[in-house]
Design a protein around this ligand. Structure first.
Ligand SMILES: O=C(CO)[C@@H](O)[C@H](O)COP(=O)(O)O
Length: 268
């Protein structure tokens, strides 16, 4: 088992903090038992922060203990009317935060067109919507060829069948949207929990991320279904203490994960 969860790699063009999925059992030891846990990670979504001051917001959450930072790129086309920023802004954030793990969620038409630019901008991981891709397999291959980690995002209405599972296999991570993508502050959709559960059954060691309406309560529900990464906007940025909000989310993920492990033990 890999003992090291975070490995720092640097290159001239894109310094990144690379995530190495880490298996740690409930006693805190690494191992490959059937029910070993994946490292849990909390990634605040700066969409809920001050969009005019993204470097500052990124720095604030990293300093408050975030494991990574989630950056939502909207192009105004894939989700009509929702615009945020593109690769140039990611590059500017990277300039201020040379070591942060930047998880860029591309809610855009034909996200594959931005892979190279995102690599050059210093993204650590790009997450591409299955619904917006014309060739998911080719996109995963291209991202890997560029040395990028790549995630596959699934909108709530996307049905998870065997063919989608075989596509997801090619990606480093799967992001289950627990709200319709587009804006923050929406309510978590518990009906997405079976999708998370099915993905975890299929991929015991893949990073499995949830995004939308994530609070300590819903983070625990998602982790009990198998998620190990949580993106949270409102519950972090609208809290009194970023540090406490991030700590509570991590604690909830760990608690949920213990529930998931217990269930697995009981079933075997
Ligand atoms: O991708 C999105 C919305 O499309 C998210 O990353 C939101 O920013 C999450 O915000 P909250 O639901 O946590 O407020």
């Amino acid at each position: 088992a890999e003992n090291v969860a975070i490995a720092t790699t640097r290159s001239m063009s894109s310094p990144t903090v690379a995530f190495v999925p880490n298996q740690v059992d409930s006693s805190g030891h690494s191992g490959h038992s059937g029910h070993s846990a994946l490292r849990v990670r909390v990634g605040p979504s700066v969409l809920a922060g001050d969009l005019s001051n993204l470097a500052f917001e990124t720095h604030r959450v990293i300093r408050a203990g975030a494991d990574y930072v989630h950056l939502d790129m909207f192009d105004g086309n894939w989700i009509k009317g929702a615009f945020t920023f593109g690769p140039m802004v990611v590059k500017a954030i990277r300039h201020h935060e040379p070591l942060a793990y930047l998880d860029v969620h591309l809610c855009v038409l034909h996200p594959e067109q931005y892979l190279e630019e995102m690599k050059n901008a210093g993204a650590s991981r790009v997450t591409l919507h299955f619904e917006a891709l014309s060739d998911s397999r080719a996109a995963a291959e291209r991202a890997h060829g560029l040395g990028l980690e790549v995630g596959l995002a699934l909108a709530p209405e996307t049905f998870l069948d065997e063919s989608l599972l075989s596509v997801a296999e090619l990606f480093d991570a799967v992001l289950v949207m627990t709200v319709p993508p587009g804006f923050g502050g929406q309510a978590f959709m518990p009906e997405m929990l079976p999708k998370i559960r099915r993905l975890r059954e299929a991929f015991p060691t893949k990073a499995l991320e949830v995004d939308g309406g994530v609070t300590p309560t819903t983070a625990a529900m998602a982790a009990a279904a198998g998620a190990n990464e949580a993106v949270a906007g409102s519950s972090v940025f609208h809290s009194h203490s970023l540090r406490r909000a991030i700590r509570e989310l991590r604690h909830s993920l760990e608690q949920g994960q213990r529930t998931w492990q217990r269930e697995q033990r009981e079933q075997s």
